[in-house]
Write a protein that binds this ligand. Structure first.
Ligand SMILES: O=P(O)(O)OC[C@@H](O)[C@@H](O)c1c[nH]c2ccccc12
Length: 276
């Protein structure tokens, strides 16, 4: 069984437990009652007219306690404090892992961050049922994660449509050219290229440059994983990233505010600027 399959098995068990407490009708009502979602596509520099795109390399900063590949990453006593530092450093979006078993995340972490910052939030989890999308919205999420490798085309399309119907955006995560084609075909507006293969956990940073060139220009392109420092940020920016998604390097830094600021500045300086 691949790592992804194992993770999803646990996610389904935990999801069923939450649903037995708060049923489908209740979660839909809670989603409808939530404060409207922020426009994460715009916050990441997206624009339907590519000529209007900004020249910034946006940073999505992640609250990540542990991972299947690295184990424990950092003691995050107060996720809200980390999030406030990210926001102060200029993060465009904050990602909060809510998967519990392998990443040590929770919806409680998400709620603490939501209460502390004003910028758009990504509820980072393994979405396999509509319930989780309503749940994300009910907790004030602006973005959800849809991992193409975990979904068939009908699910991908249905989940993306529901996400949009609830006023949110989806970060549609890919790892191969075929997955990018599937993401584009269903109308994804924010596509992430994860350089970590979720089936094997291998990281191949060169994969980003190879794949990003095939993504249409009205789509926001996110380079996910593997940022160790400024050189990796510059590499992704030079090869077409509009944003980077960074976890480990930020949670391990003693000064996450400055780290976000430095990554954003270095990436923006390295990003190819349009003529004129
Ligand atoms: O810690 P890193 O290497 O900076 O990676 C962050 C992020 O890309 C990674 O956490 C991630 C990418 N896709 C995911 C899907 C599920 C859980 C986690 C992830």
């Amino acid at each position: 069984m691949s790592v992804l399959t194992e993770i999803i098995a646990g996610v389904r068990i935990d999801l069923d437990a939450r649903r037995s407490i708060l049923g489908q009708a209740e979660i839909e009502a809670a989603a409808a009652a939530a404060v409207p979602a922020l426009d994460a596509y715009a916050a990441l520099g997206g624009h339907t007219d590519p000529a209007q795109r900004d020249h910034t390399l946006h940073v999505i900063s992640e609250v990540k306690r542990k991972s299947p590949s690295k184990g424990a990453l950092a003691e995050i006593g107060r996720p809200e404090d980390l999030a406030v530092a990210y926001e102060a450093g200029g993060a465009s979006v904050i990602s909060v892992l809510t998967e519990e078993r392998r990443f040590g995340g929770s919806l409680a972490d998400f709620d603490a961050v939501r209460a502390a910052v004003k910028i758009p939030l990504l509820r980072k989890d393994f979405t396999v049922e509509e319930y989780q999308i309503y749940e994300a919205r009910a907790h004030g999420a602006d973005l959800v994660l849809l991992i193409v490798a975990a979904l068939d085309d009908a699910q991908l399309r249905g989940f993306l449509d529901l996400t949009h119907a609830l006023g949110m955006n989806a970060l549609v995560e890919t790892h191969t050219a075929e997955e990018i084609a599937r993401a584009v075909a269903v109308g994804a507006k924010i596509i992430g290229v994860n350089v970590r293969n979720l089936k094997t956990l291998d990281v191949d940073r060169g994969n980003f440059a190879r794949l990003a060139s095939g993504i249409p220009s009205d789509v926001v392109i996110i380079a996910e994983s593997g940022v160790r420092g400024v050189a990796d940020v510059e590499h992704y920016a030079q090869h077409g990233a509009d944003a980077i998604l960074v976890g480990e390097a930020l949670v391990k830094d003693n000064d996450p505010r400055t780290a976000v600021k430095n990554f954003g500045a270095a990436g923006t300086a390295a990003k190819p600027q349009r003529a004129g």
